[in-house]
Design a protein around this ligand. Structure first.
Ligand SMILES: [Zn+2]
Length: 344
């Protein structure tokens, strides 16, 4: 089990970066992976804080999370030989930093600038354009620094998407339990409970997750981090990713302009909750409350994309047993599921 050693969530916490690096034994050199926009928002501050503390901080701007980018960053890290790699940004920068550092057997520190999904604390990385359209094992961050003063400035759409990714654990955990019951798959009660508790907390506090509310954002960040930790405890993405994630991965391939990961997963969770016989209306109303999409038009995709993705979903990752293996969705059944849940 690989777990983060230092987790800091709070207002103006970016300034702790050098002290945390030193505490963890990285007092000489660091390598910062960031993007153009995130460099301006937080990246340059992180570099300044490190250099002020006499930690040599090289940096690299990345623009995508493809396998080529990971190979390029990995080569640069190998050349620079830093003690630690820091990822400063939203999804792609964190994913690239996490995987590139793992490839060089170096520890990684996660500094998210948005709260859009649970990758900020998970041991997995999502790499675009690979054969596998889902996340692969990389490594858990050794530390996480989530500065709410930085993250609160990001668009509310991103936080709403993060809420959806957390609320989706209601169906993810159900799918995992189903695989345990039917296929005898390992089921970790502790990690399942942790993911479920995060979903319950975000659902309960849905009212407070609104623009410019740091209190609500803090709850969301803690939930996202807990979901990441749940994956580290389980040793797989199982507690956080079930049929609703398969639906989202399928939609990424089917739609001409896919929406955000969390947004798609949330809509998937509405439909998968229906298949599981869970209270799908409640999931839908919580998503509405946080301002997340609940149907095809809000996602900006075609109704046909929804039904096509519902059918394609179970082919994305055949070894992952979910409710989609139990309910064989024909085009007609998929269409009716989307209609009954008001998704399309
Ligand atoms: Zn997710």
């Amino acid at each position: 089990m690989q777990l983060p050693r230092e987790v800091i969530v709070g207002n103006d916490t970016l300034g702790h970066v050098a002290a945390i690096c030193k505490k963890l034994g990285f007092s000489r050199s660091a390598f910062v992976v960031t993007g153009t926009k995130t460099f301006e928002i937080a990246g340059h501050k992180v570099i300044d804080f490190l250099e002020d503390a006499k930690i040599d901080a090289a940096h690299l701007l990345v623009f995508s999370s493809t396998a080529e980018t990971v190979a390029m960053v990995s080569a640069k890290i190998k050349e620079q030989k830093p003690q630690v790699v820091l990822g400063v940004g939203g999804g792609t920068k964190i994913d690239v930093a996490k995987l590139s550092a793992a490839k060089q057997n170096l520890p990684f520190i996660s500094i998210p600038t948005t709260a859009s999904h649970d990758g900020v604390a998970s041991p997995l990385a999502s790499i675009k354009g690979s054969e596998k359209p889902y996340s692969v094992m990389a490594q858990a961050p050794m530390a996480i620094i989530a500065d709410t003063a930085v993250i609160v400035k990001a668009s509310h759409r991103l936080a709403a998407s993060g809420c959806s990714d957390v609320i989706a654990k209601f169906t993810a955990v159900r799918d995992w339990h189903l695989a345990h019951k039917v296929k005898g798959e390992y089921y970790g009660e502790y990690s399942a409970s942790l993911a479920l508790m995060s979903a319950k907390l975000v659902a309960k506090n849905a009212d407070s997750i609104r623009p410019n509310n740091e209190g609500g954002l803090r709850i969301l960040l803690e939930a996202l981090i807990s979901c990441g930790v749940a994956m580290s405890i389980a040793g797989s993405s199982r507690p956080s990713s079930g049929s609703e994630h398969l639906f989202s991965h399928a939609l990424d391939l089917v739609a001409s302009k896919p929406a955000l990961h969390g947004e798609q997963v949330g809509v998937g969770a509405i439909m998968m909750a229906y298949l599981h016989g869970l209270n799908w209306q409640r999931i839908k109303s919580k998503l509405e409350k946080v301002g997340a999409p609940t149907n095809a038009s809000e996602l900006g995709v075609e109704p046909q994309d929804i039904t096509d993705s519902l059918i394609k979903a179970k082919t994305i990752r055949p070894e992952r047993y979910t409710i989609l293996n139990e309910r064989k969705l024909t085009p007609k059944l998929a269409k009716s599921l989307a209609k009954k849940t008001d998704v399309a």
